[in-house]
Design a protein around this ligand. Sequence first.
Ligand code: 5AD
Ligand code: SF4
Length: 430
Amino acid sequence: MNVSDSEKVATVLEAEGYQLTDAEESADIFIFNTCSVREKAEHKLFTRIGQVRRDHSEERAMIGVMGCVAQLEGETLLKRAPGIDFVIGTKAVARISGAIENAARRRQPQIDLGEREDDYDWSVSPLQRHSPYVAFVPIIEGCNKFCTYCIVPFSRGREKSLPAAQILKYILDLKAEGIREVHLIGQNVNSYRPKTDAGLENHRGATPFSRLLRAVAATGIERIKFTTSFPRDFHPDIVDAIDEHENLCNWVHLPVQSGSNRILKAMRRGHDVDNYRRRIDKIRSSPREISLTTDLIVGFPGETDEDFEETMKLAEYCRFDSAYYFKYSPRPGTPAHELVDDVSPTVKKERCIELDRILRKSQRRSLESQVGRVRQVLVEGLSSRSDKVLNGHTTCHKIVNFEGPADCLGKIADVRITECKTNTLFGRII
Ligand code: 5AD
Ligand code: SF4
């Protein structure tokens, strides 16, 4: 989501005549796109602002902050990190150039946290995409779930679905331009609920999201991935849609957070372990060999050894192809912040080590199962170590490195997986 927002801002500024640069020393404006999901991300921001201020005088370079920290902190950010010229909330990014101009002209910090204009065209220009072959397509913004630990509903606001007709037109434009893979993105894509049916009329499905998946599949774009899914709203029909359409990729990211019913309830996730297992069973029963990834939180307030054991048991059961885990980090303003953060840092660390062991084992097993098989890889880049080694993702979102000619870039290549070394796949183009 944050990469997608950076692309949007770069597109807005490019249209106004600004130029993106990789050369920090010659930059006139620094814009930090921020995340407030965990505390560490915020600390990083303040360190980076300090660095830029040390290296660049206030006359030479402007500093702006966008993203969740900007939205949540607004004016207090100016006090916490002096030297900021503008703060742009998540709902005001379309107006970023106005903030830059005002800050320069009035020589005083500008803050805009206002509501986003509904009719703004969020298509990202080809020049500002992170890849010439892959594009992010936001389909829903914000979140209404209010999991007790999570800041997102406060920083991103309520769910708002983009009209399907607009999404489909954008994808057709991307396809015509040569984009081979789209990622439909949102905090919770399964809650997709547009105000009108336009664009979905001819597509069946148990939920608006599974209808959208079928409609996007019908555009003929070569690969479609989507993230993030919320377990309670993950309808089995999504798996049916994947089974029906080759271009819907065989990868589901379904964060579980905990394997203990008591903790899931305290997190107000709206699902229990049984619901989650049922969804996993459906995903695992697909002939498409859908790869399954997840997020987990370790050390939520009140998490006992028994609760953690339940999480370990569920992780063993699910055999995740890959997983992210995070130590619980109290976020001011969330309901869980009122609870005592009673799992000590040492216990959190020990639990992370134990969980890591199980997750690595299943990730390793999943990668090793690829060895000897031929996979379709979208060739996305050259390895940083050698210009003969290419890399890209499989349909199930695993990264593969392989030797091949540079003119394969942007193509979908058949690659035989030959080896799995320290969590990376290697292959040979065939
Ligand atoms: N502490 C730790 N991890 C968190 N996440 C969200 N909020 C917190 C928090 N307060 C994790 C969840 C989510 C991922 C994006 O970040 O696992 O799925
Ligand atoms: Fe946060 Fe829960 Fe919404 Fe995900 S579903 S963004 S964890 S509130």
